[in-house]
Design a protein around this ligand. Structure first.
Ligand code: SF4
Length: 365
């Protein structure tokens, strides 16, 4: 996806030290008062996260945006698809802002709307136009893909309700085409007991996704081969290494991790579930966590009575989330205070209406 170019910030922003940036952000927040709502995803760095009015995963933040009808400006410290969802769910008079336009999501970018529309047609031609196929897209996708899914009778899902939405999809049609995350789709299908030979991978750029028409006809779930570059860094070997080192450690991972990592873990679940499991565990509990490093570090700081570690010995950082820095947050707030709007994220009305169908369907399921 091509995003508008991010403007260079005046040198004064880069020159300001962290205490000065914090002071200026706090002052701007006070000035903009109840016209402003700052939303922060759990993967944001601490110096940004500290300024949040609401923190959460993408779904929780989208809901917070939707219910904040009185706030004119919503500054979304997350990535592009999240700001798009917020724009879809807010009123026409509300303005959603992404502090750095380069904050995209590599997984969402792996499923372009045109590419998916072509694959959809190819699949229908191969299995027969009369076959009812239900598209499901993870919320980590562009508004245009959500709109396509809405138009074709499908639904959005999140990492916490993927199994429920997949069950719904299979009740509506003969098969489900799942975008863009192969691993969330595969882990959800396995949890529902769908045999492995009925779950097929659609490899982008290959005719019929690299499958035969017969295999596609037999499949119940067809998975787009997108993935999260952050969660792909965790391996089953990491789990085994932790168990050898700390036999009483518990391993919890996000369902964007590969199947074998989820199988080796004690628990898997959404970001909110990971937070809850750690919070509810007794003092002295030990955790190896397979998710983004800013969240793991924050959990370690919040629970000093527990042993909290990243599952991987390497820093699994979402580099696009990391683009949202205090300098960019301050810059958008300075502009708002001066009556200028920069980095507004808008979804055109037609796309928004169709995407909202897919989002509403999820909420009904
Ligand atoms: S952690 Fe993965 S899925 Fe989430 S925003 Fe970053 S790249 Fe996208």
């Amino acid at each position: 996806m091509t995003l508008p170019r991010q403007a260079d910030l005046p040198d004064s922003y880069a020159a300001a030290g962290e205490p000065a940036l914090t002071e200026r952000i706090v002052a701007r927040k006070a000035e903009l008062a109840d016209r402003l709502l700052i939303l922060c995803h759990h993967y944001q760095q601490e110096t940004v996260f500290a300024h949040a009015d609401v923190t959460g995963d993408s779904l929780k933040l989208a809901r917070a945006a939707a219910s904040a009808r009185d706030r004119r400006f919503i500054v979304f410290c997350g990535v592009h698809f999240m700001a798009e969802s917020a724009d879809i769910l807010t009123g026409a008079d509300q303005i959603v802002i992404l502090p750095d336009l380069r904050a995209g999501c590599s997984m969402a970018d792996m499923a372009g709307q045109e590419e998916v529309a072509e694959a959809w047609q190819e699949l229908l031609d191969a299995v027969g136009q009369q076959m009812r196929i239900i598209p499901i897209t993870y919320v980590n996708s562009s508004a245009r893909l959500k709109a396509l899914v809405g138009q074709k009778g499908g639904s959005v899902c999140t990492s916490s309700n993927a199994e429920r939405v997949l069950t719904w999809g299979l009740g509506q049609g003969e098969k489900v085409f799942f975008f863009p995350d192969e691993h969330l789709g595969r882990n959800s299908a396995a949890a529902l007991g769908i045999p492995e030979d009925e779950v097929l991978l659609w490899r982008r750029g290959k005719p019929l996704g690299g499958n035969s028409a017969a295999a596609l006809k037999k499949a119940k779930v067809i998975l787009w081969n997108g993935y999260c570059t952050v969660h792909m860094q965790f391996t089953a070997e990491h789990v085994r290494q932790w168990r050898a080192k700390e036999p009483d450690i518990r391993v919890i991972v996000h369902p964007e991790c590969r199947r074998e990592v989820v199988q080796e873990a004690d628990i898997y679940g959404s970001t909110e579930r990971i937070i809850q499991a750690v919070r509810d565990s007794p003092a002295g509990a030990k955790w190896a966590i397979g998710t983004e490093i800013n969240l793991v570090n924050r959990l370690a700081r919040l629970h000093p009575d527990k042993g909290i570690h990243s599952l991987s010995p390497f820093q699994c950082l979402c580099s696009t989330m990391y683009r949202i820095k205090p300098t960019y947050l301050l810059w958008v707030l300075d502009n708002l205070a001066a009556g200028r709007i920069v980095n507004r994220i808008t979804v055109d009305q037609e796309t928004a209406a169709q995407a909202r169908i897919a989002l509403d369907r999820m909420l009904e399921i």
